[in-house]
Write a protein that binds this ligand. Structure first.
Ligand code: GDP
Ligand code: MG
Length: 602
């Protein structure tokens, strides 16, 4: 990155947004030789998403947990008005406000609806859509674009259309913060259920305020007071009982209490003082994206800053484009999208991913340059540690960089949760403590992995194992899952980690994977698999793991790697080859062979 320093940063516009000319005026900030995007954001006192976007403008793609080097960090710091000094350990210089000035105007809140299955999330979204949609023309048919705006008392509220905390946390895991307020739907006839608890924990981990909607109050057996009691047990005390949780009784089916809920959402939004910069090039995130057979790639974007306009040039995730046309949630073509407005945009060159950030750049050439740079840098980043292992944490804790260890705890039986949680929460001292952000019984799910990823935490399985999908996701994202069956060992390990004394352990670094297309017998009994390398590379000296339907069935070294009868050292993605694995003959078509190496985690 240091070679790039003299190159001009791609300016987004000529209006002096970058304004860091008065270098002698810059405040000082100390930072280590490498740090994560999150740490850099904390040091600069700005949101991680701001840093990610600024990195994008400078041609660097990095997610919130990724490590960047000092030179890169220094360039970004300068963009935010700071001069970076290299330090072995970061010093806490936390400025109070963003260095970038700019007028701020109030902006509508963005809401996600969460809650247990069948408690009425979809019905509530439909009820709001049908009765409060901003329909100027009679009979306007709303389009499903992933989000919509409702209007109450001439003010707008944006609703994300995908209900549930998994979607919410998946976005957060990609570094995107889309939601300002979470509405927790609890059915009055059913009460607090496991996913209600999960939703609360996911919202809390994201520090998003919760508004409770007690739904189905039209039912004869509805018992709102019982719900309030159950919520109080979880620390959510409703206002009428002296707490600060707003709670509104509703019936999504009978359309009762909907306006009351919306008005309350506006009140909570007022307390949050949501503001956005309107007069700058637009920025925001991708809510949804798909490929339309006739229109090409379509993306629903949530504008978070500035105004998005037709013919704006965008860098969006790993792709770019020019806004050809924009449509709102009523399918109407619009010429300007303000902060908190969801718009469907035509004109991308490829389909971006939900949760990707976008920024407007000056022109097509600037967009291409940013993407070209991204590619180069991404290769350099691919091996960077993405997330924390317990041993990483141990090192960071001893350096005083981490104050809380976030833990998602899963146990086999309900009865084990409290004792394990209590022992964990007793560990640590005034400098560092364990925070159990979610606990529950049963297997480890994808939702648990997403939560750990988004909260930079680890997962502890006490006699609990991951579901295959969760295992894959954890592997892919480098989330550390620790398994224990004895409380003493669990407590001992975490205690050592907190004291910064945990011994380095070996971790698996996945280099690639291949799919078995055919099975051959060579010689007397040796079997080899004819495979197609799908991602990364297959290496002769690698360790390998055979996965069948997501479950690992064998692990050992690669014994042979051949292409056109030649022994070779490695095969890259897109090519086919023959693979033999030590002590393994039982290949089946459809098996996935993962290639990996052990690396010491320090
Ligand atoms: P989701 O899984 O949380 O999205 O729940 P749905 O919106 O799909 O609703 C689940 C079921 O509860 C459906 O059969 C709805 O008709 C019903 N339902 C939703 N809201 C109400 C309500 O206010 N009153 C009654 N009686 N039923 C409701
Ligand atoms: Mg639903």
């Amino acid at each position: 990155m240091s070679d790039d320093k003299k190159e001009p940063i791609v300016k987004q516009d000529k209006d002096g947004q970058e304004g860091n000319s008065a270098s002698q005026e810059l405040s000082q900030v100390d930072m280590p030789s490498a740090l994560s995007v999150k740490q850099l954001a904390d040091l600069l006192g700005v949101g991680a998403v701001e840093v990610i976007k600024q990195l994008m403008r400078n041609g660097v793609m990095a997610n919130i947990n990724q490590a960047i080097d000092f030179d890169t960090a220094a360039v970004i710091a300068a963009d935010f008005g700071y001069k970076a000094n290299k330090q072995p350990v970061p010093v806490q210089t936390k400025p109070s406000a963003t260095a970038k000035g700019g007028k701020l105007s109030p902006c509508p809140p963005v809401i996600t609806i969460m809650g247990h299955v069948d408690h009425g999330k979809t019905s509530l979204l439909d009820a709001i859509r049908q009765s409060n949609i901003i329909a100027s023309e009679a009979g306007a048919i709303t389009q499903h674009i992933g989000a919509y705006q409702a209007e109450v008392n001439e003010r707008r509220i944006t609703f994300l259309d995908t209900p549930g905390h998994e979607a919410f946390t998946a976005m957060r895991a990609r570094g995107a913060r889309a939601t300002n307020i979470a509405v927790l739907v609890v059915a009055a006839d059913d009460g607090v259920m496991p996913q209600t608890v999960e939703a609360i924990n996911h919202a809390r981990a994201a520090e998003v305020p919760i508004v409770v909607a007690i739904n189905k109050i039209d039912k004869a057996n509805a018992n709102p007071d019982r719900i309030k009691q159950q919520l109080a047990d979880l620390g959510l005390i409703v206002e009428e009982w002296g707490g600060d949780t707003v709670c509104v009784p509703i019936s999504a089916k009978k359309r009762q209490g909907i306006d009351d809920l919306l008005e309350n959402l506006l009140l909570v939004a007022d307390m949050l003082e949501l503001k956005a910069e309107p007069d700058c090039p637009a920025e925001g995130i991708v809510i949804e994206a798909r490929l339309d057979k006739t229109k090409g790639p379509l993306a629903t974007l949530l504008v978070q800053k500035g105004n998005l306009k037709p013919s704006d040039n965008l860098v969006i995730g790993n792709t770019w484009g020019k806004v050809k046309a924009m449509f709102n949630d009523l399918g109407k073509q619009i010429r300007k999208a303000e902060p908190a407005t969801p718009v469907e945009v035509l004109g991308m060159n490829a389909v971006p991913q939900a949760g990707d950030s976008f920024v407007v750049v000056a022109n097509e050439r600037a967009a291409r340059t940013v993407l070209e740079k991204q590619k180069g840098v991404q290769q350099g980043f691919s091996t960077a540690a993405k997330t924390l292992s317990l041993t990483d944490l141990s090192t960071q804790i001893s350096a005083g960089q981490v104050k809380e260890l976030n833990v998602v705890l899963k146990t086999d039986v309900q009865g084990s949760i409290e004792p394990v949680k209590d022992s964990l929460e007793q560990l640590g001292d005034e400098k560092i403590r364990v925070r159990v952000i979610h606990s529950g019984s049963g297997s480890i799910t994808e939702s648990d992995v997403l939560l750990a990823l988004a909260s930079k935490g680890i997962i502890i399985g006490f006699n609990s194992r991951p579901e295959p999908g969760a295992h894959r996701l954890a592997d892919l994202e480098g989330i550390n899952i620790r398994y224990y069956s004895v409380i003493y060992e669990l407590v001992n390990d975490v205690d050592k980690a907190l004291k910064g004394m945990l011994e380095p352990t070996l971790t698996d670094v996945i280099e690639g994977h291949a799919e078995v297309l055919a099975v051959f017998t060579t010689g007397k009994k040796a079997k080899v698999a004819g495979v197609s390398v799908k991602e990364g590379k297959a290496r002769r000296d690698a360790l390998s793991r055979v996965l069948r339907q997501g479950e690992s069935i064998h692990e050992s070294r690669v014994s042979s790697l051949r292409r056109f009868k030649e022994d070779i050292r490695e095969v890259s993605a897109g090519l086919e080859c023959g693979v033999g694995i030590e002590n393994f003959l039982d290949f089946q078509v459809g098996d996935v062979i993962q290639f990996y190496r052990h690396e010491k985690v320090i």
